[in-house]
Design a binder for this molecule. Structure first.
Ligand SMILES: NC(=O)c1ccc[n+]([C@@H]2O[C@H](COP(=O)([O-])OP(=O)(O)OC[C@H]3O[C@@H](n4cnc5c(N)ncnc54)[C@H](OP(=O)(O)O)[C@@H]3O)[C@@H](O)[C@H]2O)c1
Length: 232
């Protein structure tokens, strides 16, 4: 499979890239910085014909349009998109303390980012059959289980879940599966050292979902990395 992946240079993203490559897939990696020693460049050395890197900032539509144009030239079509890039700003702040510039950054990256990526990469996906889009969401976006904190992050992931349902309805006649996937609480810069899960394990589950190996059976497509339905 040819898979577009955002935020591919660290955290869950670099584990998704490595796992996909080890399974024989081609990774079209969206990154914000490419220096010689970037983790994605090290993977490119290991899998030279299977990694394409593009400058892709999900808040910058021009960079996404350019990446899609380059990807069209490089590979012609794609089979999957993983909207992984995300931020958690204003962690632990109360509503009285919120800085709305940071709230806007969260919405821009976590909600508008995946929408921009889909806008420009969906035409490449339409060229194949049985493809999958995965929006990396969070249990924090579950309205059912909402907690009174991390306001911007929670509302951004709830909105991403809504976008996931809208998108799945939009492409329902095209054999494209669309999921919002909670990766678990995992040890990354965002998740921190106290997290109980490992990004390697989540990456494996997410790739199983992308490959259609897990029968998810979820009406609204909000699932965890093992395919278990989550409550919207
Ligand atoms: N960690 C957890 O426990 C947890 C739990 C639930 C959901 N999630 C979700 O899982 C996904 C990955 O999170 P993570 O734990 O790997 O976080 P992370 O370690 O903080 O990594 C965040 C990733 O997002 C990228 N990114 C941020 N802003 C971007 C932008 N404007 N354009 C493009 N890329 C951008 C970063 O790229 P740079 O390297 O360029 O900064 C980095 O690759 C996120 O959507 C997050 O909300 C994580």
């Amino acid at each position: 499979m040819k898979i577009v992946l955002t935020g591919a240079n660290r955290g869950l993203g670099i584990h998704l890239a490595r796992t996909a490559l080890e399974r024989g897939h081609t990774v079209l990696a969206g990154v914000r910085t490419v220096v010689e020693a970037s983790p994605i460049n090290l993977l490119k050395k290991q899998f030279p014909d299977k990694v394409y890197t593009y400058f892709l900032d999900v808040t910058n539509e021009e960079s996404i349009a350019k990446a899609a144009e380059l990807a069209t030239t490089d590979v012609g079509s794609i089979d999957g998109i993983i909207n992984n890039a995300g931020v958690l700003t204003e962690r632990g702040k109360t509503i009285e303390e919120l800085d709305f510039n940071e709230v806007q950054v969260t919405m821009d990256v976590n909600v508008l980012g995946p929408m921009r990526v889909i806008k420009h990469f969906l035409p490449l996906l339409h060229k194949e059959n049985n493809q999958t889009i995965i929006n990396i969401s969070s249990e924090a976006g579950s309205i059912h289980n909402a907690y009174g904190g991390d306001f911007p992050y929670g509302i951004s992931k709830a909105a991403l879940n809504m976008f996931t349902v809208q998108l799945s309805r939009y492409v329902k006649n095209k054999n494209i599966a669309v999921y919002a996937v909670h990766p678990g609480w995992i040890k990354t810069d965002m998740g921190g050292d106290n997290a109980t899960g490992y990004p390697e394990e989540s990456a494996n589950g997410i790739l199983d979902i992308l490959e259609g190996k897990i029968d998810t059976n979820s009406e609204l497509g909000f699932i965890d990395f093992k395919g278990k339905e989550m409550k919207i």
